[in-house]
Every structure is written in C-alpha cells, then in structure tokens.
Design a protein around this ligand. Sequence first.
Ligand code: ADP
Length: 257
Amino acid sequence: LKQKPRIEAAGEQLSGVKSMIAIASGKGGVGKSTVAANLAVSLSARGLKTGLLDADIYGPSLPTLFGIKGKPEMRDNKIVPFEAFGVKLMSIGFLIDPDEAVAWRGPMVMGALRQLMSDVDWGDLDILLVDTPPGTGDAHISLIQSKKLSGAVIVSTPQEMALADVRRGVQLFRQTNTPLIGVIENMAWMEGPDGSKQFLFGEGGAERAAKDLGAPFLGAVPLYPDLRQASDDGLPVAATEHAAARTFDQLADQIVK
Ligand code: ADP
C-alpha cells in the first residue's frame, strides 16, 4: 500500500515560495476574502511576486473577486494558476463543489489543501497569501503542520460578537508559535456625504481587542458600497483609484515591514 503523502511533504513542495501568510477570521462575512484579494493586488503592485490561494472550502470567493471563470489548465502534471493584476491565483472553488465540501471532515479538508499546495505550479513567489475558511479548524491546523506558514493576519469587524472569535484566532496562532502579524478591522465605519464617520458596528472594537491581546493592530478599512460593487464585478479596488486602494497599500506595507 502506498502511504498518503503527509502535509509536511506538501510544504516541502513549495520550495520556491519565500513566505506564506494565512488570512484568517473568526466569522464568515467579515470581508476576509475581500481584504486578502486587495492585499494581494497591493503587494504585487509593490513589485513582490505574489500568489493568492483561496482555501475557503465552504465559501470560495476568489473566482468572483477576480472575475475568473472556467477550470485551470494542467502543464507537466501540475495545475497552472490563473493570473490577474499580477497575482497568481488558485481557488479550491476550481477543484471542488462547495456544496459537497460542507460535509467534509478533517482528512478531506487536509487532502484538498495538500493538493492546492503541492499540485499547483506556484513557481517562485515572494509571498503567498492563503485565504482560510472562517473560524479555527482543520485548514488552519493543516497549514500550521505544513511548516511553511510564516505568519497570520486576522480580519474582524468591530462588533463584540466578532471579537470573541479574534481572541480564539489569536490563541490558536500563539499556541502553535505562528507569528501573529496583526489584526485588520474591516467595515470600520461608513463615510457620510459631509465626510462624517458613521460607526455602524461600534467604534474601534477590533483595535481594542488587538491591544487587549497584545497583538499588533495593522489598520482599519472603511465600509464603501462601491467597494462591494467592484468586488462583485471582479475588480479589486486596490487596482483602481478608489480611496480604499491607499488603505490597502498601507496595510500591505505593514505586512511586509
Ligand atoms: P468573508 O471572506 O469574511 O466571508 P467577504 O470578503 O466575502 O467576507 O465579504 C462579504 C461581503 O462584504 C462581500 O459582499 C464583500 O464585497 C463585502 N465587503 C467586504 N468588505 C467590505 C468593505 N470594506 N466595504 C464594503 N463591502 C465590503
């Protein structure tokens, strides 16, 4: 019988990848994928060879965020990642049916992740961002076990309900000695026509939680209705003149600092 390759072996396959960073969140819908996609575009615009791996088994959104349809090609028995805005892109959504994956158990999640890491021709990358499923589960454990993870970023909205999950995320990465790069607060406020800020989900909750936990706070992304529209249209705002592009550039600087 042939032994299953272990996840460490998948990590070894990523020899051309200098650093791999997990983008995590406690809950779904906080904008983790949106933030990951825009950070990737900003990092690439900074001249860094960047990849984005969408490992959100239960809700892959990279195909929508970058407007990509169809299946990736194979070359020399490897999956060729798509490329858009200078970012190499691969999503679990290209390989599996998310409706089926809902019932997946740990080993299957791990197998799918292993495939995304070892069977994709990532080539040489300065940085590979991994958009992980919400919460702290099998995908995170697998990434940590791959021994390739150089750090983690946690995305949260400001309200108390989301913050409890930030604490859990911080704990997981601490317990496994994964460097916590920091916390990003998304949908922090909405700007009124007069420039006033409306704190829809409370003010500065993620920043406070980060401080309480002794985790670095990287910055806040406001809620922009046209950011949502652009994301649905497959255009990451980081590649546009939108005000949010500057915010993502600053966050990208913090991540590589
Ligand atoms: P998650 O990955 O945490 O599930 P998504 O990135 O899919 O969340 O975002 C959920 C929804 O919120 C999407 O429709 C997205 O376009 C929208 N969204 C995320 N961040 C913002 C923001 N800063 N302003 C406006 N809409 C946002």
